[in-house]
Design a protein around this ligand. Structure first.
Ligand code: ACM
Length: 530
């Protein structure tokens, strides 16, 4: 009997162990759902609304992404999740059932009709991203990325479970134009740096990169009908740097790459001033009797060069340049510069801008220029980029043109943070993070209202910077504050809250490998106390 009992005991305990092991493998017991608070996420830009549900969705080997499209950004996201977790996430065609473990990318009309809007609903069972357009889905994924472990940014595998806080996000942008400008003329930056900058912009829901392609110090874009622009005009940079240029194939590659991240490229040819490099290449476009053959210029002074606005050959030249540029630019705008043309007589300047607007329009594009162009007759679809003189922005609005906000005292990323910043300039201001963040574009200029404004752009001039680390140091983190100004509702933005959120978000910038400025204004003490 005793032996029988013993054998039974051994069998039943084996059964029990077996059952436990089978249960563990097949998760026959209800899996524990780990609580997580959506409101503790440090999303930048802060969404329009976030409602926490207190639970979480776990990304596991059973997670499947359902989609009806073939999106490049999705392949990228799946690769990132694999590198983070080791998990191979499957993709499947959209189904009407909402299976457990599914992440659904659903195109449908949502409450907000904006084509960049999205809704993100997270439950322990599934994640739903709804949007009117593929671009909206992309922004939903960007928010989801920021809710995943920060190691996603550095492609580092972690062993902890990947939990996404449950709840609902409704989100759409305040402005349609959320941009940055990179000056590749004063110092040249090529494809790798430009692509990296595009990556950064897209992660923060910025949608425009304005490339400053020509200036006194160098011409940076191949124009096939005017080969000397690059053969001669591209060889210099500030301080004797080596120069360089984008071939048309390079430019097209950048445009394509930007499109894959929903970023529009706006090319700028600065004119009629800031043209010394073009005049070195084609001296016949110059009518300066004192200096008919300009020398290459590597200094930092502005306002001394001008195209000869009375010479018809100048307009043939610009027709060639704008035609070639327009033909490889899918975006709606060509930027014609127009700033600081101190060597051009005022009436000549006005006639010139009017003629150039017509050329831009002949090639099916619209004009953007620095707000100086409001001295001319702006067409209704023109945009004046406000940088310095508020009256010039007001003059643009009075002509029914729109304004792009880039006040130098708030948005110029080449301005130093303070007097100890190792590079950068300070002719407009020292711009600490609070100064970059605490302002409202819609109330910044009396007479320029929210509806007159297309959005916000953060220019980065490159007189004092010649590598990616320096770009990052000046841009970050001010640029992500600007991204938030452009995207989030004014009433959601609050410096005290932002500096705590940014303190936590800094660890994500570190994972991205960004060499950012560690401002003493940031509330890092708040992190350890939570
Ligand atoms: C500018 O900063 N000259 C537009």
């Amino acid at each position: 009997m005793q032996l029988h009992h013993m054998i039974n005991g051994i069998i039943s305990s084996r059964l029990l162990y077996g059952l436990i092991i089978v249960c563990l493998i097949s998760s026959c017991a209800q899996k524990e759902i780990i609580p997580k608070d959506l409101l503790k996420e440090t999303l930048i830009p802060i969404p329009v609304s976030m409602e926490a549900a207190g639970l979480s969705f776990e990304v596991t080997d059973r997670t499947v992404i359902y989609t009806s499209g073939d999106y490049e950004f999705l392949d990228h996201f799946i690769r990132e999740v694999k590198l983070l977790s080791g998990l191979n996430i499957d993709v499947a065609p959209m189904s009407t059932s909402r299976d457990d473990g599914g992440i659904y990318l659903i195109l449908k009309k949502i409450d907000n009709p904006n084509d960049e809007a999205y809704e993100l609903e997270i439950t322990p069972k599934h994640i739903l991203i709804h949007a009117n357009t593929e671009r909206g889905l992309f922004y939903g994924i960007q928010s989801l990325r920021q809710m995943m472990p920060k190691e996603l940014e550095s492609a580092t595998q972690i062993s902890d479970p990947i939990l996404i806080a449950s709840g609902k996000i409704i989100d759409y942008p305040r402005f349609g134009y959320r941009g940055a400008m990179l000056d590749i003329s004063r110092h040249f930056f090529g494809i790798p740096v430009i692509k990296k900058y595009i990556d950064y912009l897209a992660k923060y829901k910025m949608n425009t990169l304005h490339l400053h392609l020509s200036d006194d110090q160098g011409w940076r874009i191949e124009i096939k009908s005017r080969p000397k622009l690059t053969e001669v005009g591209s060889l210099t940079a500030v301080g004797g740097g080596k120069g360089g240029y984008l071939s048309q194939n390079d430019y097209k590659e950048i445009v394509r790459y930007a499109q894959s991240k929903y970023v529009t490229i706006i090319p700028e040819i600065d004119m009629p001033g800031h043209t010394n490099a073009a005049l070195v290449a084609y001296p016949e476009l110059n009518c300066n009797q004192k200096d008919p053959y300009p020398k290459p210029y590597t200094g930092m002074k502005v306002g001394f060069s001008t195209l000869c606005t009375s010479n018809p050959a100048v307009y043939d030249f610009l027709d060639d340049v704008i035609r070639e540029l327009a033909s490889m630019t899918p975006g709606a705008y060509i930027h014609i510069g127009g700033d600081e043309s101190h060597a051009t007589k005022k009436n000549d300047y006005i006639a010139f801008i009017n003629k150039v607007q017509a050329i831009v329009s002949k090639y099916g594009k619209k004009t953007i220029g620095w707000d100086d162009i409001s001295a001319a007759s702006l067409s209704d679809d023109a945009i004046a980029q406000h940088w310095s003189d508020k009256n010039k922005a007001i003059a643009a609005v009075e002509q029914n043109a729109k304004v792009l906000m880039s006040p130098a005292t708030r948005t110029y990323l080449d301005m130093q943070y303070d007097s100890t910043t190792p590079f950068g300039l300070h002719w407009a201001a020292y711009i600490e993070l609070d100064s970059a963040y605490i302002w409202d574009p819609g109330k910044y200029i009396d007479g320029v209202h929210e509806e007159d404004i297309v959005g916000l752009e953060s220019p980065l001039w490159s007189e004092t910077i010649d590598n990616l680390d320096k770009i990052e140091y000046l841009a970050f983190p001010r640029i992500i504050g600007h991204a938030e100004i452009g995207w989030s509702p004014q009433e959601k933005r609050n410096w005290t809250e932002y500096k705590t959120r940014l303190a936590k978000h800094e660890s994500r910038l570190i994972e991205m490998g960004i060499d950012f400025y560690r401002s003493s204004l940031i509330a890092r003490d708040s992190i350890s106390s939570q």
